[in-house]
Design a protein around this ligand. Structure first.
Ligand code: LIP
Length: 268
């Protein structure tokens, strides 16, 4: 069944990607906000999610769906889809080529397949639980990373991200300010799914972020773990809204322990 789910996911992220790419030039024409004046959603976010949801209901009418822009549809079977129609909406609004359609399918509560597609540069990441992760068909792995082998935090290129609320951002900025002189450098790309895929590919050595939604994490988290990274929360918690830490085994403990020491999962 997972093969069929993956084929459907790839088809839909590519179709939704083509739609948002075609609409990029007019993205600023219809913009509203959600949790804060800078948490934007465009008409293309809604149109892309509509395309994916309608196609899923047509192809697999008994499946559940959770989408960033449209809420949740309960399913009658064990399959639930998680959709971020445009992850990196601010990048999309500004025309920065770091945004993605992220689609994953859970089977009986366990993430089974994931696809993350950046239409701006035509890059597609995929993963199937227990079978591996791929970038444009090339297998990913900790022994196939694009960057250098890094085992110490002071040599690590670390990606992170920030919430939309000022109080949380101030707390997150304090963590980054402490980490910045302790690592090679920090990168903030603005799309969690692409951060996780970049870590899976070795374009960054690690990624952490507090405050991700299930649709931010679903596909990228599976891709990162199937690429051999440890994807966790802090202090034994699973990866989730409180914290996501994604890094190869040789580096994960150092970043994890530093984030615990900084109480990076506490606060607003
Ligand atoms: C984005 C996340 C990113 C976070 C951004 C934003 P959106 O999701 O993917 O990790 O740092 O602030 O929340 O809002 O573009 O779908």
């Amino acid at each position: 069944m997972t093969d069929a789910l993956l084929v459907l996911a790839i088809d839909l992220v590519r179709r939704a990607g083509a739609l948002i790419l075609a609409g990029r030039g007019s993205a600023a024409d219809d913009v509203t906000t959600k949790t804060s004046p800078t948490d934007v959603v465009t008409a293309m976010d809604r149109a892309a999610e509509r395309l994916v949801v309608d196609a899923l209901h047509a192809a697999r009418p008994g499946d559940g769906v959770l989408g960033e822009e449209g809420g949740e549809t309960q399913g009658s079977g064990g399959v639930r889809w998680l959709i971020d129609p445009i992850d990196g909406t601010v990048n999309y609004l500004y025309g920065l080529p770091a945004y993605a359609v992220s689609l994953a399918a859970e089977v009986d509560g366990v993430m089974a397949v994931g696809a993350v597609y950046n239409p701006a540069i035509d890059e597609l990441w995929t993963a199937v639980r227990g079978e591996g992760a791929w970038l444009d068909g090339r297998r990913l792995g900790v022994d196939r990373r694009s960057g250098p082998e890094v085992a110490s935090l002071d040599q690590a290129l670390v990606a992170t991200g920030f919430g939309y609320g000022a109080t949380r951002r101030r707390s997150q900025a304090a963590v980054v300010a402490t980490l910045l002189p302790e690592v090679r450098d920090i990168r903030r790309f603005g799309a969690a799914s692409l951060d996780l895929c970049s870590a899976a590919t070795g374009r960054v050595d690690a990624y952490f972020e507090r405050g991700l939604e299930p649709w931010d994490l679903a596909a990228g988290g599976l891709i990162a773990s199937e690429a051999g990274l440890l994807v966790t929360g802090l202090s034994g918690a699973p990866a989730g809204g409180e914290m996501v830490v994604a890094a190869p085994p040789a580096l994960h403990a150092a970043l994890h322990d530093r984030l615990v020491a900084l109480a990076a999962d506490a606060g607003p």
